[in-house]
Design a binder for this molecule. Structure first.
Ligand SMILES: [Zn+2]
Length: 175
C-alpha cells in the first residue's frame, strides 16, 4: 500500500471513529460531582465553584494533611474520623449540604462568611458576604469552606482559636 493511500486510510479511520463515538477520541468525560448546594443564583454559583475548588485542594497534599493536624473529641485525628466513615475528603464534601444562612443571627456580622455545628452535615453560608469574598479572593472562599468542613468532622474551637485554624488551613491549602 502506498504511503498516500495508507495516509488516506488513517484519515478515513479517525473520521469513522469520530462519527461512531464522538467521545472516543477525546477519552473519558470528567466526572462532575453532584454537590448539595441549596443557595439561589449568584450565591449558589459562588458556593459551587468554591466547593469544587476546595474538593480539588483537599484531594492532594499538602492540603490533605490539614486533616491530621486537628482532632475531634476523644483525640481521633480528622483523617482517622474520615477513615472510620469510609470516606475520602472529596466524598465528605459531597455529602455536606450548603444552605443559605443569611437570615440567621450569625450572618448579621459581616465578619462571618459561613458557619456550621460541630459534627453537623450542613454548612450555612452568609450569601452576601461570601459571594463578595469569592469575587474578590476566590482562594480565601475555598479556605472558608475547608475550615467549616473540619468542624463537620468534629473539630471544636477554643482551643484552637478560629484564627489558628485559619492559619493552618492557609498554610496547608492556599498553594
Ligand atoms: Zn470555625
Amino acid at each position: 500500500m502506498s504511503q498516500t493511500s495508507r495516509f488516506r486510510a488513517l484519515v478515513a479511520l479517525s473520521a469513522a471513529l469520530a462519527l461512531e463515538a464522538p467521545g472516543a477520541l477525546a477519552g473519558p468525560r470528567p466526572v462532575v460531582p453532584s454537590l448539595r448546594v441549596a443557595l439561589p443564583s449568584h450565591a449558589g454559583t459562588a458556593v459551587r465553584r468554591a466547593v469544587l475548588s476546595a474538593r480539588r485542594r483537599l484531594a492532594e497534599q499538602p492540603c490533605r494533611s490539614v486533616l491530621s493536624d486537628f482532632s475531634a473529641d476523644g483525640g481521633r485525628s480528622l483523617d482517622r474520623v474520615l477513615g472510620d466513615l469510609g470516606r475520602s475528603p472529596e466524598a465528605h464534601l459531597d455529602s455536606l449540604v450548603f444552605r443559605d444562612g443569611s437570615t440567621r443571627p450569625r450572618c448579621a456580622s459581616q465578619a462571618i462568611l459561613a458557619f456550621t455545628h460541630v459534627g453537623g452535615d450542613t454548612v450555612y453560608v452568609c450569601a452576601g458576604q461570601f459571594t463578595r469574598m469569592a469575587e474578590r479572593d476566590p482562594v480565601s472562599a475555598d479556605l472558608v469552606l475547608i475550615h467549616e468542613a473540619l468542624h463537620t468532622l468534629g473539630l471544636r474551637e477554643n482551643p484552637p482559636t478560629s484564627g489558628e485554624i485559619n492559619a493552618r488551613v492557609a498554610e496547608r491549602c492556599r498553594g
